[in-house]
Design a protein around this ligand. Structure first.
Ligand SMILES: [Zn+2]
Length: 265
């Protein structure tokens, strides 16, 4: 990459794992279950999308994000109550935690089920038990839409689009810059605001690495409708970041929607 010499070895290794999707918007695919975590930065805060599959992974992410962006995580958005997306939350003491309305019930009432589900998926039993013991239920519950202001014009939209993949599904949208406003006049490389397309973290409403996983808490009949809302929200030009797999486009999401709808017949 040619940038290696600019960083201490540790930081270069960390940065290597993260994919920059827009200025200050990054994501990493975690090992094990290939769950995606996202980072969105603004002058006033750093928002993390999902927290990993164990406390150990959450703690690793905490250190890594601090290294990567030079500041600690201040906000967390949980996309849905599955172990590989929420088990690391307790590693981020002091962060403001958001989630779709209803997720708090699952994360408090159904701890044992989450622990057992994680164990079935191969997480060591002690790690699953530890994470389930200290599960954090969000203080901030989003029923419709909510905007988190990270300062400097960076506003992040949280939208509750569930139930679909799970009983409670939230997506996180970073709006794109207005391409027409900058036109061709901003001198290349001098503008602080690099133009970028919208980026939307879809949770497991979209999956690229395999067919969308529908567990016992899925609502298959409502899933296509949730994807319609997602497409409407993020638009044709957005980068769609699936819960598992490579970043996709609107056409991919439309195909997945059609497949899900066909599966209902
Ligand atoms: Zn899931």
């Amino acid at each position: 990459m040619g940038t290696k010499a600019e960083y201490p070895a540790g930081r270069a290794a960390t940065a290597h794992r993260w994919e920059e999707l827009a200025p200050g918007v990054l994501r990493r695919r975690l090992p094990g279950w290939d769950a995606t975590v996202g980072v969105i930065t603004g002058p006033a805060g750093v928002l993390l999308v999902d927290t990993g599959s164990s406390l150990r992974e959450g703690a690793e992410l905490r250190t890594e994000v601090r290294e990567l962006v030079g500041r600690p995580v201040t906000h967390i958005a949980l996309t849905h109550p599955h172990f590989d997306h929420v088990f690391g939350t307790a590693a981020f003491a002091g962060a403001e935690v958001y989630g779709p309305h209803g997720i708090e019930t699952v994360l408090t009432r159904d701890r044992e089920e989450l622990r057992d589900d994680a164990t079935r998926h191969g997480l060591p039993r002690e790690e699953a038990a530890e994470a389930a013991d200290v599960l954090v239920a969000p203080q901030r519950l989003v029923a419709g839409e909510w905007t988190v202001d990270l300062g400097g014009g960076r506003e992040v939209l949280l939208a509750n689009l569930g139930p679909a993949h799970s009983g409670h599904d939230l997506v996180v949208l970073v709006p794109g810059t207005d391409l027409s406003a900058h036109g061709n006049h901003s001198p290349k490389g001098t503008s602080g605001l690099r133009q970028h397309a919208p980026v939307v973290f879809c949770g497991d409403l979209v999956e690229e690495s395999g067919v969308p996983q529908a567990g016992p808490d899925a609502h298959p009949a409502r899933w296509p409708g949730a994807l319609d809302k997602l497409l409407e929200l993020a638009g044709d030009d957005a980068l769609y970041v699936p819960g598992h797999g490579a970043v996709v486009d609107a056409a991919f999401v439309r195909r997945q929607r059609a497949e899900l709808a066909a599966g209902l017949d």
